[in-house]
Design a binder for this molecule. Structure first.
Ligand SMILES: O=C[C@H](O)COP(=O)(O)O
Length: 252
């Protein structure tokens, strides 16, 4: 059986002080629970990864980055290499978030190279896929998300593919308060798993596929009760300890 996984993506939010408060709230909340079933992580802006490492080492909360370079090292000003993330104890690296695709022109092929760089460095890439509202209304949802996934499948061999986490994030649901219904999300998750099964049934069955897009404590349980939804990639609700904890508890 797949374990649930709840990852907070803080995006470009936070300060040294607010992160201290947020992380102590989360870890204090989790300390009151005896048996935590869901895996948990936070993906912080790069300057705060050292702080995450300091505050989260020895806790049940892992940490990661929101992006990673496709390159190992060299003259790539502003980029952060996977090996650097390893130096700060990261377990995860989000790749292909729709905000990177939209605002930084990241193509399916670049996202795939980033996923490969992460896996090669021993990190778990959280590969995001998702359609815009226009694409959904044109009936293109499955074509778009499958093309995004296929680009990653094209560069990862089966053993590497088994090491990724997938996240389905409909762009129209991100930060809008409009959540996909559990049935809508389940349909896409099942389609993604079917595509993974075309490579390997075992990989498909083991893959954690997260849902992201206005997930909150009050809708998380129903979403995560769907057979192919294995957790959440949380934006806004990951910035408040009570909300983030509420979603983690809903996953248990
Ligand atoms: O990575 C997280 C997603 O973009 C979801 O963001 P949101 O929960 O604020 O809608």
């Amino acid at each position: 059986m797949r374990r649930k996984l709840v990852i907070g993506n803080w995006k470009m939010n936070g300060s040294r002080d607010s992160i201290n408060t947020l992380l102590s709230g989360i870890t204090a909340g989790l300390a009151t629970k005896s048996a935590q079933q869901a895996d948990t992580a936070v993906c912080a802006p790069a300057p705060y990864l050292a702080q995450c490492q300091q505050l989260l080492t020895g806790t049940p909360v892992a940490w990661g980055s929101q992006d990673v370079s496709a390159y190992a090292a060299g003259a790539y000003t502003g980029e952060v290499a996977a090996s650097m993330l390893n130096d700060f104890g990261c377990r995860y690296a989000i790749v292909g978030h729709s905000e990177r695709r939209a605002y930084h022109g990241e193509s399916n092929e670049l996202v795939a190279q980033k996923a490969l760089a992460a896996v090669n460095a021993g990190l778990t890439p959280v590969v995001c896929v998702g359609e815009t509202l226009e694409q959904r209304e044109a009936g293109q949802t499955n074509v778009i998300v499958c093309a995004q996934l296929q680009a990653v499948m094209d560069v990862l061999d089966t053993a590497s593919l088994a090491k990724i986490v997938l996240a389905y994030e409909p762009v129209w649901a991100i930060g809008t308060g409009k959540t996909a219904t559990p049935a809508m999300a389940q349909e896409v998750h099942a389609e993604l798993r079917k595509q993974l099964a075309s490579r390997s049934v075992e990989v498909a069955q083991g893959m954690q596929i997260l849902y992201g897009g206005s997930m909150k404590p009050d809708n998380a349980k129903e979403l995560m009760a769907q057979p192919d939804i294995d957790g959440g990639l949380i934006g806004g609700a990951a910035l408040k300890p009570a909300d983030f904890l509420g979603i983690i508890y809903a996953a248990d």
